[in-house]
Design a protein. Sequence first.
Length: 416
Amino acid sequence: METPLSLFELNALVKRSLSQCLPDEYWVQAELSDVRSNATGHCYLEFIQKDARSNNLIAKARGTVWANVFGLLKPYFEEATGQAFTSGIKVLVKVTVEFHELYGYSLTVYDIDPTYTLGDMARRRREILKQLEEEGVLTLNKELEMPLLPQRIAVISSPTAAGYGDFCHQLEHNSRGFFFYTELFPALMQGNQVEESVLAALDAINNRLDSFDAVVIIRGGGATSDLSGFDTYLLAASCAQFPLPVITGIGHERDDTVLDSVAHTRVKTPTAAAEFLINRMEQAADMLDNLAEELREGALLRLEQERQRLLVAKNRIPSLVFSHLSEAKMQLLTAKKDLFQSVSSLLIRQKHRLELLHQRVNDAAPEHLLNRGYSITLKNGKVITSAAQLADGDVISTRLAKGEISSVVNGKIINK
């Protein structure tokens, strides 16, 4: 049996072998992923290659651009292409192959060809967004009105993702004590089944639209290359046309997926998604507080106005009473005068009428008729008005204006 090698010895052997077999610099085509730089100016990134048909990753390698090279390479590339040196672009770089006993295989970048333009990932994103725009659905979800109180949240995430736990913790421990109801719709957030899994979750939510106010799609950290599942047409089209506002927190600050572009609101992290919902609730609460304060101030102002009005009315009561009494006194005096005049006028009219009646009575009195030459014939004190009332030999008396004559009937003539 040969003497066994330690792991370090084996890695050292690999390092020497690679140095001997691949001693030169090589131009390599690859897509950038997970590009980041630190305070020292070094750039650490990931090179990836995808299958043209399935879009699955078929190769991956760590890369490093040291500060002395990156300080020249980045502005040179961005000025020449107008494209930021960031994840999602396809590049042609000159590299050397490195192997470290502890950190393993990596590529060190020394140069870049700026004529090699944007890669498949960025181009595919542009094409998807253009297609959605042509179909008229690109901004549909953004045009939805976010509920004033988004408390019922449908969450699409991996149940084991740290981001999901951070999201729930942030909601549950908000400083204002707002209540949120969340329901998880589990989905795979990395790998080849991201699209299928998230679409299934959206379908499940769509069957219960009345139960939720908004949808949150969140994912924890991870490499930029793991975000490729969120750059598909079907997923973007479904989210763009979804009837509830969609909030995404699936990437890093430096990443922007197609799904982010069509969602109602895009935030950086799951925690930021929770903060967005809390802020929305705080805005509503502040608005209610302002309305309550305005109502209180309005009520106090109205009470003060009514108090002043009552005070003015109270002060006016004596003068109003005196004024009304004076007016009533004048009305009584006027009524008294009018009554006196009316009674006087009535008495005058009635006196005149009595005088007329008296005159008529006087004119009809027997004495008056006797004075005019008429006479009254009486028999036994009763007035005789017809000769048929008398018989021959009856004694009658005739009353004149002056005196009275007694006679005996000795014949009579009866007029027919």
